[in-house]
Write a new protein. Structure first.
Length: 181
């Protein structure tokens, strides 16, 4: 019950829980954690994040022991022929409607599987990273632009991130995306 209450406090409704296959555990190491899994395009589990619902938890996140550069978060849901929104983490991703994935951080380079798949398909992207990492956003945009991938950037106002937005705010944010040059 505490985990569902936490999800609701983060603006995650029941439809989002189902869409992103979010769960929890009653016992063990992942007890009292919101568990957000990721699946390869073949349907195999390739990553997961366990977010503590307790504010006093020493360890906020428990993640799968996999190199992030080899994870395309929820590749199973991505349409590589449509514009792709890229956010930082899974709690940002659950607020995205449409075609989206996350970096599991604020870095990507040519060695990342996600980067390679975007280049292969020529998938246009929208970067929606936190305001505090704008220099990294610019660096990522420049890298994709160098590879002839169309890039748009959105700026989340203040100290907020995509995970703090409601659905309407997210839609408005996406409509403010600016072509990067």
């Amino acid at each position: 019950k505490k985990t569902l209450k936490y999800a609701k406090s983060r603006g995650i409704d029941e439809s989002m829980l189902w869409r992103f296959r979010i769960g929890t555990c009653k016992f063990g190491r992942f007890r009292r954690r919101l568990i957000i899994p990721s699946f390869k395009d073949t349907g195999q589990l390739n990553y997961f994040v366990g977010r503590s619902v307790d504010s006093d938890s020493r360890i906020k996140y428990l993640n799968a022991s996999v190199k992030k550069k080899h994870v395309i978060f929820n590749d199973i849901d991505i349409d590589w022929n449509s514009e792709l929104v890229i956010v930082e983490g899974p709690l940002d991703l659950v607020k995205c409607s449409g075609n989206a994935t996350c970096l599991l951080g604020s870095h990507i380079d040519e060695n990342y599987d996600l980067f390679q798949k975007i280049i292969f398909h020529g998938t246009p992207i929208i970067l929606a990273l936190d305001a505090d990492v704008m220099p990294k956003t610019q660096k990522i945009a420049k890298l994709f632009y160098h590879w002839n991938v169309p890039v748009k950037i959105v700026t989340v106002a203040g100290n907020r991130d995509v995970g703090d937005l409601n659905h309407t705010e997210f839609i408005n944010l996406m409509s403010s995306a600016v072509q990067w040059k």
